[in-house]
Design a protein around this ligand. Structure first.
Ligand SMILES: Cc1cc2nc3c(=O)[nH]c(=O)nc-3n(C[C@H](O)[C@H](O)[C@H](O)COP(=O)(O)OP(=O)(O)OC[C@H]3O[C@@H](n4cnc5c(N)ncnc54)[C@H](O)[C@@H]3O)c2cc1C
Length: 369
């Protein structure tokens, strides 16, 4: 392909990696710069490693997100056809409602419209205390394996990656101003980057608050505290809506681990688990779904019998106005370069990842025309 096709992607979370893969597939030469990568020790600065994560549409009132989630659902369907061993499962998910309220009804109507096999469950199928149930088939992503799988796919397609903590995007336009960079993985023999990209893709998640020249104060965290349990016998997901307005969710992974959640705490930056929250997640979890306990221990409903692997806290990168998918221009070091922003996915970064990646690459192509 003639001319400079070099683009830089900043960020190696689910959004950055998916975007980088789609950019490679579109014929660009792609280099990722990121502070954190798949396989690193988990960090509060890297939301993707903490996600639950499955595909349950939350786009009843957001047209863009709806489109991105639809596109991602199709991409995940294709991905499993192309690679049946990919760390993604297609399994049933149930929604259990104790008492129906208008906002829950709206979400159920939305799910019924979004997922083609959605069905209302029969009263005989519902546990005690549940007045409404819905079931549909969707995707469950085994997060640690999936991130590594994405990184491998990026490298196999010829992508290059460097570890760097960037104070701004402009430093990528000047070798002399860029902080220390190191090839990723460390064993790779990547040539030094040119610092001459035709465009930059900003996929920094909550890190959009850390880039001096494009800092976006509309970004804020929605803290999520969840538990990873060992419960390989759980084969379907569940969301349980309690009468008091709380909800629990249970999401199985291919590995046999199960996520039990969780919280949605707007503006809360607290980076570690809180004992009272952990206790409440466990108590609500076994109330809604005693099957989380090993067989033989379900009758007593004792939270000590849950096999907890890890207590997790992640900061969903939420943004006033929703996901930012737009192009701006970066003027620095006597150069002018388009920046495609792709961040602010909140609690939907996995389920909108491939749709966002596709749209970001379309924006990239039109910015370069
Ligand atoms: C508890 C919980 C449950 C969730 N469940 C789901 C779910 O079921 N379904 C779903 O779709 N989503 C879910 N999410 C949301 C999802 O995890 C996020 O939307 C998604 O991970 C955001 O990905 P990202 O790539 O934008 O950001 P991140 O994963 O945070 O990645 C950001 C990247 O940018 C890099 N970076 C940032 N700033 C800089 C800088 N200055 N210099 C260099 N590098 C930088 C970081 O190192 C990292 O590589 C959940 C989240 C949580 C916390």
């Amino acid at each position: 392909m003639p001319g400079n096709r070099g683009v830089y992607v900043v960020g190696a979370g689910v959004v950055g990696l998916s975007t980088a893969i789609r950019a490679l597939e579109a014929g660009f030469e792609v280099t990722i710069f990121a502070e954190l990568f798949p396989g690193d020790k988990k960090s509060i600065k890297y939301t993707s490693c903490w996600a639950a994560a499955n595909h349950i549409s939350v786009a009843s009132t957001n047209e863009l997100l709806h489109q991105l989630e639809r596109e991602t659902f199709s991409a995940l369907t294709q991905l499993l056809k192309d690679d049946p061993l990919a760390p993604v499962m297609s399994q049933p998910h149930q929604e259990h409602v104790e008492t129906m309220r208008p906002e829950i009804q709206k979400q159920m109507d939305h799910l019924a419209q979004f997922y083609s096999d959605y069905r209302v469950m029969q009263p005989a199928e519902l546990p005690e205390g549940v007045s409404y149930g819905g079931e549909f088939t969707t995707f469950f992503i085994d997060v640690p394996r999936y991130l590594v799988w994405l990184m491998d796919r990026f490298l196999i397609l010829g992508g290059k990656a460097f570890r760097a903590t960037l104070p701004s995007l402009s430093v990528l336009l000047s070798k002399d101003n860029c902080p220390t960079i190191a090839p990723f993985p460390p064993t790779s023999t990547n040539p030094t980057p040119s610092f001459n990209p035709v465009a930059i893709l900003n996929c920094t998640g909550i890190g959009a608050l850390s880039l001096g020249d494009v800092l976006d104060t509309d970004v804020f965290p929605t803290r999520g505290e969840v538990l990873i349990l060992r419960a390989p016998w759980i084969k379907h997901g569940l969301t349980h809506y309690y009468n008091d307005g709380h909800l629990s969710y249970v999401l199985p992974r291919q590995s046999g681990d199960v996520i039990l959640g969780g919280t949605f705490q707007v503006g809360d930056w607290h980076p570690t688990s809180r004992p009272e929250t952990v206790k409440s997640i466990k108590e609500r979890g076994i109330e809604a779904y005693p099957e989380l306990l090993p067989e033989g221990k379900r009758e007593f409903r004792n939270i000590q019998d849950l096999e907890v692997v890890e207590e997790c806290v992640g900061l969903r990168p939420t943004r006033k106005g929703g996901i930012r998918l737009e192009v701006t221009t970066l003027n620095a070091h006597s150069r002018s370069v388009p920046v495609v922003h792709n961040y602010g996915h909140g609690g939907a970064g996995y389920q909108s990842s491939w749709g966002s990646a596709k749209m970001a690459v379309e924006l990239l192509k039109s910015a370069l025309q």
